[in-house]
Design a protein around this ligand. Structure first.
Ligand SMILES: [Zn+2]
Length: 183
């Protein structure tokens, strides 16, 4: 009974504040309300099946920000080198990645090309290290394949160097290595 009460309280405390004004803007930086943007793709497989590869990039960026590991696995193609049938181990390895150390400032889609069942999306992921405030943006060319459950991430290449911090002049290559080893 105590556990039940606790659960109910958690739902009340942590649940979305519906009915109290507009939902917060989506973390992907689209400017849309979260529940009309990437959150919808997480909730609704039908919407995900219709989503563009660029929308999947945005929603995966949000999933990294939120630690939504199930969604990351669900949108990863089985030919991706990180893909595993063993979701428990896969989830554990995702949880070890240092995304919690960053503030997610939004993703910008630069271009998106669809050729039959293949797609490429070039984007900039804007990130800032929480401790130092140093920017750790990177640009990636992502590859996608169309499946029955929508576009899935095959892998990606970083195509330009990340931003150089204006205060320290340091390049963020060390951070970049951590963030792009997932391809
Ligand atoms: Zn979004």
């Amino acid at each position: 009974m105590f556990v039940m009460a606790l659960l109910v309280r958690d739902v009340v405390v942590c649940g979305p504040k519906r009915g109290f004004g507009p939902a917060p803007p989506c973390i992907c930086g689209s400017g849309l309300e979260s529940d009309r943007c990437c959150e919808r793709l997480v909730r609704d497989l039908g919407a995900r099946r219709k989503a563009t590869p660029g929308a999947i990039v945005r929603s995966r960026y949000r999933a990294y920000a939120k630690g939504a590991h199930a969604y990351l696995m669900d949108t990863t193609h089985e030919l991706n080198s990180q893909y595993s049938e063993d979701r428990t181990t896969w989830r554990a390895s995702l949880a070890q990645q240092p995304y919690g150390e960053y503030r997610f400032l939004g993703a910008t889609i630069l271009d998106e090309t669809v050729d039959g069942d293949s797609a490429k999306v070039r984007f900039v992921a804007k990130l800032k290290l929480k401790t130092s405030g140093r920017r750790a943006d990177f640009q990636e060319l992502s590859y996608f394949k169309r499946t029955d459950d929508g576009w899935k991430y095959l892998g990606g290449d970083v195509t330009t160097a990340p931003v150089v911090d204006l205060k320290t002049g340091e390049n963020a290559d060390d951070l970049l290595g951590d963030l792009t080893s997932r391809s």
